[in-house]
Ligand binder design. Sequence first.
Ligand code: NAD
Ligand code: IPM
Ligand code: MN
Length: 324
Amino acid sequence: MSLRIAISEGDGIGQEVIPEAKKILEYFLPDADFFEVELGLGKWEKTGCACSSEDIRDLKESDAILFGAVTTPPDPDYKSVLLQIRHELDLYANLRPIKSYGVDMMIVRENTEGLYSGIEEIGEERSTTLRVVTKAGSKRIAEKACSLVLERNPGRPLVIGYKGNVLKSDLLFRDTCMEVAGSYGIKTKSVFIDALCLDVLQHPKNYDVIVTTNMFGDILSDVCGYLTGGLGMLPSANIGENHAFFEPVHGSAPDIACRGIANPVAAIRSAGMMLEYFGMRSEGNILEEAIQSVIRSGVCTPDLGGSASTNGFGSRVFEVISKR
Ligand code: NAD
Ligand code: IPM
Ligand code: MN
C-alpha cells in the first residue's frame, strides 16, 4: 500500500513554504498519496471551525503529516489548533534539531503536558493555567531523549532543562529523567532553564541532547534559532506512538506573509525529517546537502541576507536534487 501523506499549509507563510517542501516530498516519494487537510484561522473565518473532528480523523488516517503554521489569535474562546492536534494524536515528543556550523544539538520537548495542558480557568479577576507533570509523561519523553543520546553520542550527558527551584512540579520531571537515564547508563546534567537559555548561546558545542518540559522547550527552541540564522531554518517532528507530524518551528509570520520572501528551509527540513522517519536517511542527507549547497552559492531569502524569493530558493534546491 502506498504511503498516505496529509498536507496542511495553514495560514500566513505556511501557504508559501509548504508548497516548496511538498514538491520535494513528491520527488522522493513518487508513489505516495498526498491529500490536503485545511486547518487554521482562514478556515475558521470561512466555516466557524479551525479544526473539525473530520479533520482529526483524516490526520489520523495518514502515515505522516506535513504542516505549515497557523495563526492563533490571543482570544480566550479560540482554541489552539496545534495543541488540539498534539493532544488528540498524542504526539508526545517534539524533536527540534539545531544544526549549524559546528553546532549539532537536539531539543526533546515534552509535547502534551506542562503549561500547555489546556486546563485553564479564565476569570475577570483571576485566571489560572494548570501545569501538569506526570510520572508517565516524563518517563516516555525521557525514554525518547535517552534513545536519541544512544543513537547520536552515547558518551555525552543528557541535559535536563528545568526550573525545580521554583516549580516543584519540575522535580518530578527531573527525577524521572535522571532515573530513566540511569537505567541506560547515561549521565545527566540538570540546568535551570533560564541559565540554560544563555549558556546554549554562549557554549553551543557543549550541548547534544536537551530534554525539557513543554513551554521551556518552546522558548528554548526559538532562542536556539539565533544559532542557525533564525526561525526560518528550524524544522521539527512531533512524534507519538501511532502518528507523526512534521512542521517548521516558526509560526505564520503575518509580518512578512503574502510577499513571497519567507525562508522555506525550515519547512523543507521538516520534509527531510519525514523522509528520515520513513527510514530514508540517505535521501534526507541528499536534501540537507542540497539546502546547504544552495545557501553556500549565495542564493538565500532576505532573512539570511539574500534576495531570493521563497519559490526561487525552493526551486534551486529542487533543481540540485533532481539534476543529481
Ligand atoms: P513567528 O514564528 O510567526 O514569527 C516570528 C518572527 O520570525 C517574525 O518576525 C517573522 O517574520 C520571522 N519568521 C518566522 N518564520 C520565518 C521564515 N520562514 N522566514 C523568514 N522569517 C521568518 O511568530 P509570531 O510572530 O510570534 O507569531 C505569529 C503567529 O503564528 C501567531 O498567531 C502565533 O500564534 C502563530 N504561531 C504558530 C505556530 C505554528 O503554527 N507552528 C508557531 C508559532 C507561532
Ligand atoms: C511552536 C508554537 C506552538 C507551541 C504554539 C503556536 C501552540 O509556538 O510550535 O513552537 O507552543 O508549540
Ligand atoms: Mn514556538
